[in-house]
Design a binder for this molecule. Structure first.
Ligand code: GDP
Ligand code: IMO
Ligand code: MG
Length: 430
């Protein structure tokens, strides 16, 4: 029996998951998304072209890899149609043959997007900073046992079910000041549903377990990041799914004993988009330089990402919850502009206590990060960053420090957005 390796973000999303899944995909027979939906924006770059995927797994550009959208995903058919049409411009890709969608994935309706807007508006200053893709309201309906699923589109009474759920949504929307043109949204949705019917809609838990029994290798692709997890993130400033390793089991129908390697991806610094606590956030010119150098603007919404130094207490927490076996460090090149690099090693709490444990009251407690400083390398990593031997000494010192603190090996270092700008140290696949 082979294993399922899991790749996920250890921070607040946008760590570079799309790039690494694309890099690793040739080593896997299957790549599967297990949670989230169009709130994700996963960027891949190769041959001078940048692609941003939202719902389609990042193995889609590798011809020999099967891509599966698992049952844990919330799927917006309208966004799906647009994504597929974009990919159709790349004639050599056979997307239809390589893409499989779970019948148990939940559908995002246009009214879910409207509800997302309504709920955010009602929260006023306490808004989550949602991507407004309808994620929260869709998972709410799933848990409330009234959601529509991909498999339902094949049933005779789909129109009835759709009408019933949208009517329930209209009742809620009546109490909110949200403008919309329903006729247009409905037509768009129903057209996209017909489009979706043309794809391989499957019982993905059977397919994945069959693949495992045949010895296929599977990579589960996470979306968002551990600190946005519904249970373990900085609640309520989180997304509405389990973004952690356990989510791969429920989101794909894979038993825990089949999990192999857990790749934890983190940026050499930190970013966050949307509201919520961010202990190491830099609100000064240094943060602005990081944003510009790292091109830290949302892949899904274009919003500027908040930037700050790396946060080791937060990373230790994510490593613990996820059972990370290998760390992959992203965007090391972005730190090349800083003569001094800082790492938050612990927090000082209001009463003066020092800790490296995330406090329950992370949202309201004013935390002072305690930093350790490192000499920067101030040389470009992109000149010949493709081998371990060429990494500057100061970067090796920083890597060694992180490995000692986090007690997990850093087996890959990314030095640029392109597929080729990847330095393998000792990466292991299951
Ligand atoms: P994801 O959501 O985790 O897939 O990450 P995003 O695609 O939202 O954001 C990561 C951004 O960083 C994208 O624009 C990538 O092209 C870019 N990127 C990925 N790895 C690197 C890297 O090592 N260096 C630099 N400079 N950019 C990178
Ligand atoms: P990827 O997969 C970064 C954030 C939003 C908001 C919160 C809730 O590209 O890393 P939601 O739309 O889920 O209700 O928003 O979570 N968020 C992300 N931030 N990367 C993402 O995905 C995100 N998906 C959601 O900004 O703060
Ligand atoms: Mg992203």
């Amino acid at each position: 029996m082979s294993k399922v390796d899991v790749l996920l973000g250890l921070q607040w999303g946008d760590e570079g998951k799309g790039k690494i899944v694309d890099v690793l995909a040739p080593r896997y027979d299957v790549v599967a998304r297990f949670q989230g939906g169009p709130n994700a924006g996963h960027t891949l770059e190769f041959d001078g072209i940048k692609h941003v995927l939202h719902q389609i797994p990042s193995g889609i550009f590798r011809h020999t890899t099967k891509n599966i959208i698992g049952n844990g995903v919330v799927l917006d058919p309208i966004v799906f149609q647009k994504e597929i049409e974009k990919l159709q411009a790349f004639k050599h890709l056979d997307v239809k043959a390589n893409l499989f969608i779970s019948k148990k994935a939940t559908l995002i309706l246009p009214t879910h997007r409207l509800l997302d807007q309504a709920y955010e508006k009602a929260k006023g200053d306490n808004k989550i900073g949602s991507t407004l893709k309808g994620i929260g309201p869709t998972y709410q309906d799933k848990i409330g046992r009234q959601g529509l699923r991909v498999g339902d589109i094949l049933s005779q009474n789909f129109s009835e079910k759709f009408k019933k759920l949208t009517e329930a949504h209209f009742k809620i929307l009546k109490d909110h000041d949200i403008a919309y043109e329903w006729q247009e949204l409905e037509t768009q949705f129903l057209t996209a549903i017909e489009f979706l019917k043309g794809f391989n809609l499957i019982e993905s838990e059977y397919v994945l377990n069959k693949e495992l029994s045949l010895g296929s290798s599977i990579l589960a692709e996470g979306a968002q990041g551990a600190l946005l997890d519904i249970d373990f993130g900085s609640y309520p400033f989180v997304t509405s799914s389990n973004t952690v390793t356990a989510g791969a089991c429920t989101g794909l129908g894979i038993a825990p004993r089949h999990i192999g390697e857990v790749y934890g991806i983190f940026k050499a610094y930190s970013t966050r988009v949307g509201s919520g606590p961010f202990p190491t956030e830099l609100l000064d010119e240094e943060g602005e330089r990081m944003r510009q150098e790292g091109r830290e603007f949302g892949s899904t919404t274009g919003r500027p990402r908040r930037c700050g130094w790396i946060d080791l207490p937060a990373l230790k927490y994510s490593i613990m919850i996820n059972g990370v076996t290998q760390l992959l460090m992203m965007k090391a090149d972005v730190l090349s502009i800083f003569p001094v690099i800082k790492a938050c090693v612990r927090y000082q709490l209001k009463d003066g206590t020092m800790t490296d444990v995330l406090p329950y009251e992370l949202v309201n407690e004013k935390i002072i990060p305690v930093y350790k400083e490192f000499e920067g390398w101030t040389t470009s990593l992109n000149v010949d960053g493709s081998s371990v031997e060429n990494l500057p000494e100061q970067l090796n010192v920083y890597i060694k420090f992180l490995e000692d603190e986090l007690q997990v090996p850093i087996t890959m270092v990314s030095t640029g957005p392109d597929r080729t700008q990847t330095v393998f140290r000792s990466l292991k696949t299951a």
